[in-house]
Design a binder for this molecule. Structure first.
Ligand code: NAD
Length: 396
């Protein structure tokens, strides 16, 4: 990459603390060191049933930190949960937000924090609308899925079920104060989420690396995350008892988050958000299914970088001209996804999908202002519609 005519910024404002048992050992100390004595703990019912939340509450309470819990976050958190969380935060006189869970709980925690100092409907603060005022209450993020990287990013994705839309809160104020990366907390993650969230991290790394806004620092992080995921995600999926593979995948997802928080994501995300909003497909799974289709479309615009990714999957591809190596990446990724039992398209959905659905998805994808312009190949409406038709062969 030529550097001389580039200018870029890299900001890594979130303190990342990694280690087995680190939450038990360090969370209370960190809060106390910042004179925080009462927190809102945000999570979801699934995670509560694992016992993880009770352990954290007990640990904080023993350390004389008051904990108010809000465990009503649903996957793809909705505006309503954010508004309810705000009331509980204010009523409980909390001083910070601790979010424990996957991207849904972490994003809900960020949005609740935003909503405590930004009045009215959280919908009004989506990208392109009102700007977010800050500072917002400090955020302490504890991921329990290994995929979204949200614990280190400056965005939160919220769903508006009335309009079947996901919208993004984006502001430097959303960078968490501290992310606790504790592999132990992912041990109870069901296998299908290991696959979907791990693929989410892979999509983040690849989309960050080929992004129009990519720069050397985000590239270095993206390549390292891809290497770690390529080696460890299939092992973590196939052998849930392999603790080191789980640790590697979890840290890779954080590294991928650091990368895309500098450069952004692109067309895979523009297309997956509407699929989740209209059909409820989990975020990571939607990304994983869309990835090879978008790469095939994008290759021509950035094949040298796609070739670099291909070499990480199969070093022997270095013998080929880079365009051919880049083309082979599609097969490598399809094979990788097959090992994780990721479907090849959305034909498995039992929900009715019509031509009108394809139009709705297409319009929404084109309106994804934070990701669509970052794509290495400029996509037209017809081209996005064609990609959706390939992904939904059942559409009539
Ligand atoms: P999720 O948070 O929706 O969790 C999925 C399920 O896994 C839930 O039912 C949860 O209870 C369960 N779960 C989580 N951890 C568990 C554990 N250790 N043991 C047992 N069960 C566990 O899934 P996700 O994929 O992590 O997050 C998806 C959300 O994150 C989407 O809304 C997506 O848009 C958002 N996202 C945000 C960013 C960002 O930077 N803000 C990036 C990527 C994705």
């Amino acid at each position: 990459m030529e550097l001389i005519n580039k200018s870029f910024q890299s900001v890594l404002p979130t303190e990342v603390v990694f280690g087995k048992n680190i939450v038990k050992e360090e969370l209370a100390n960190k809060l106390k060191s910042l004179s925080i004595r009462s927190v809102l703990l945000v999570s979801d019912a699934g995670l509560k049933s694992t016992g993880i939340i009770d352990d954290i509450v007990e640990n904080l309470t023993e350390n004389e930190i008051k904990v108010v819990t809000f465990t009503e976050v649903n996957p793809n958190p909705e505006t309503q949960a954010v508004h309810k969380g705000r009331e509980i935060y204010i009523h409980g006189r909390c001083e910070a937000v601790v979010a424990v869970g996957g991207g849904s709980s972490i994003d809900a925690g960020k949005a609740i924090s935003v909503s405590t100092v930004n009045e009215g409907d959280i919908n009004n603060y989506g990208r392109g609308k009102r700007s977010i005022a800050g500072p917002i209450p400090p955020l302490f993020m504890i991921p329990t899925t290994a995929g979204t990287g949200s614990e280190v990013t400056n965005v939160a994705v919220i769903s508006d079920p009335e309009r079947n839309k996901k919208f993004v809160l984006a502001s430097p104020y959303l960078y968490p104060t501290c992310a606790f990366i504790d592999p132990i907390l992912t041990y109870s993650l069901p296998q299908k989420f290991i696959a979907a969230t791990g693929m989410d991290a892979l999509v983040h790394s690849i989309e960050s690396y080929v992004n129009n806004r990519a720069q050397p620092i985000s590239d270095a992080l993206a390549l390292e995350a891809i290497k770690m995921l390529r080696r460890n995600l299939p092992v973590s999926y196939a052998d849930p008892s392999n603790e080191d593979a789980k640790a590697q995948v979890l840290l890779a997802s954080t590294i991928a988050g650091l990368s895309f928080s500098m450069s952004g994501t692109a067309l895979v995300h523009s297309m997956s958000h509407p699929v989740t909003a209209w059909f409820g497909v989990p975020h990571g799974l939607a990304n994983a299914i869309i990835l090879p289709y978008v790469i095939e479309f994008n290759l021509i615009a950035n094949y040298e970088k796609y070739a670099e990714v291909a070499y990480l999957f199969d070093d022997s591809l270095r013998q080929l001209p880079s365009y051919q190596a880049a083309e082979r990446l599609i097969d490598c990724l399809k094979e990788f996804s097959r090992k994780l039992n990721i479907p090849k398209d959305f034909s498995y959905l039992t929900i009715k999908v019509t031509k009108e659905s394809i139009d709705n998805l297409t319009i929404d994808a084109l309106n994804e202002r934070g990701t669509f312009p970052n794509n290495p190949r400029k996509a037209t409406k017809d081209e996005v519609s064609t990609l959706y038709q390939l992904l939904f062969p059942q559409a009539k």
